[in-house]
Design a protein around this ligand. Structure first.
Ligand SMILES: [Fe+2]
Ligand SMILES: [Fe+2]
Length: 260
């Protein structure tokens, strides 16, 4: 069996710190073959920079994915092209810079990863995630032994629908973006591991990783405010997947929570 850890959205310094403190240890303790992480909130909660991406990749993370916050940091649109192990969502317009997928290898087994953005309640100009995933799977034939699809979306319905659409054709469909882990990890009938949201890696005493007071106040009066990253109850949240290399199907999926 091969083991893959998919770490949910790393939020700010607290998220980066727990990744730095724990990922290499988890690799050893759990005999992980692959570690993938979403870094869309790594820089002060919004986007990522070249220096931060490199620092996360040095902590035992093999591949970094992104989401709707992909272009939040100025200069990242040029930096992304210089870092090999980072990819941007695949269903963004083709003119967007950066790789639309990554292939990582361990023990002679190749895992491809790509992210699709959902379109329900999301702001970016993204193509249909279903058709994009279909196209990517065709493109990746022969390039990888297993495919992991990240669905970065707001609506649980859209995530579940993509899980069923891809069941049996990819090893896992893993949800991110809502920052709240869900209790529905399962292997679908044709062998695809699925979870609506793997949760975020950052401070849970907050609102999606931000400090509580300004978010509550904005909901009440609508006035703009700075949402600083919170600091307390830091957790690493991830999906741990066992892959049967003979079939490239998922044998097991569970939610893993590591507290700081
Ligand atoms: Fe996020
Ligand atoms: Fe997001």
């Amino acid at each position: 069996m091969l083991k893959l850890l998919f770490i949910g959205d790393i939020v700010g310094r607290p998220g980066r710190d727990i990744v730095a403190a724990r990922v290499q240890k988890l690799r050893n303790e759990l005999s992980l073959d692959f570690v993938i992480a979403n870094g869309e909130n790594a820089a002060a909660g919004a986007g990522i920079t070249g220096a931060i991406a490199k620092s996360i990749l040095e902590c035992g993370v093999d591949a970094l994915t992104l989401g709707d916050h992909v272009w939040d940091q100025r200069g990242w649109e040029t930096e992304i092209t210089q870092i090999e192990r980072v990819c941007r969502p695949a269903n963004l317009p083709e003119s967007n810079p950066g790789w639309d997928h990554l292939v990582i290898e361990s023990r002679g087994f190749r895992v491809a990863i790509f992210t699709v953005l959902g379109r329900q309640f999301m702001g970016l100009k993204a193509d249909c995630p279903f058709l994009c995933a279909d196209r990517m799977i065709t493109r990746l034939k022969g390039q990888a032994d297993a495919i992991i699809v990240e669905i970065h979306a707001e609506a649980t319905s859209e995530k579940q629908a993509l899980g069923w659409h891809l069941d049996g054709r990819v090893t896992a469909v893993l949800g991110t973006h809502t920052h709240v882990p869900t209790a529905d990890a399962a292997i679908l009938p044709k062998g695809t591991a699925f979870i609506c949201d793997v949760g975020m890696t950052g401070p849970y005493k907050g609102v999606l990783g931000r400090q509580i007071e300004p978010v509550v106040a904005k909901f009440m009066d609508g006035m703009p405010r700075r949402f600083e990253v919170a600091t307390e109850d830091v957790r690493l949240s991830a999906a741990l997947i066992e892959i049967d290399p003979s079939m490239a199907h998922a044998a097991k999926i569970e939610l893993l929570t590591v507290r700081a």
